[in-house]
Design a protein around this ligand. Structure first.
Ligand SMILES: CC(C)(COP(=O)(O)OP(=O)(O)OC[C@H]1O[C@@H](n2cnc3c(N)ncnc32)[C@H](O)[C@@H]1OP(=O)(O)O)[C@@H](O)C(=O)NCCC(=O)NCCS
Length: 160
């Protein structure tokens, strides 16, 4: 569990799928990332896959749901490969605009740095100002590298 002032990041469980399907139900959440609201069943299957992991020894998937008071409000994730952690964040529409994404992402970055992941990266769509603000707030810098239409952001200024 990773705790910040207002939030708790709880390691993913399949049982969260019912409540998370409601958090992820707004189609506008998918404007910049693609995809669509998942059904409970699809989310259960996704969570089971995520918990099983990639099945490759050199890669690890870490997933948390974000809890505020008694509500689940979003999720953060980190994909770990050879010293690099790629992070992503989603906050349900009802809870956006209150600094929760920044707070959750900062909690995750602090935790990853404590585990000695020196290189932390994220991919952000060029038009996604809210997500760019989150990336900048947690110490990532935008590189000039574009992958699948998204900028690579990194704790290292020089992309590798
Ligand atoms: C990106 C996202 C996580 C932001 O969540 P949030 O909790 O509203 O973000 P915060 O409240 O921490 O605010 C982060 C910044 O975005 C800005 N922001 C928030 N909503 C915004 C909006 N609709 N348009 C523009 N900027 C916005 C805030 O002003 C803040 O920047 P500032 O502190 O410099 O002013 C949320 O919009 C989301 O989940 N979107 C859909 C999923 C997604 O695209 N995830 C990102 C994949 S990289």
């Amino acid at each position: 569990m990773i705790a910040t002032d207002r939030l708790r990041m709880l390691p993913l469980k399949v049982e969260y799928a019912g409540e998370m399907a409601k958090v992820l139900a707004d189609p506008s959440l998918y404007t910049f990332t693609g995809g669509e609201p998942p059904t409970v069943e699809a989310l259960e299957a996704r969570y089971a896959r995520q918990l099983k992991g990639p099945g490759r020894a050199d890669e690890q998937w870490l997933n948390w749901v974000i809890q505020h008071d008694d509500d689940l409000i979003g999720y953060v994730q980190a994909t770990i490969t050879s010293g690099t952690a790629e992070i992503a964040w989603v906050i349900g529409t009802a809870w956006q605009g209150r600094g929760f994404a920044k707070e959750a992402a900062q909690g995750l970055v602090t935790w990853l740095q404590a585990q000695n992941f020196v290189r932390i990266i994220a991919h952000v769509h060029p038009d996604h100002t809210a997500s760019a603000a989150v990336a900048a707030a947690v110490g990532l810098s935008r590189t000039d590298v574009v992958e699948d239409g998204e900028y690579l952001w990194s704790t290292e200024r020089q992309a590798r």
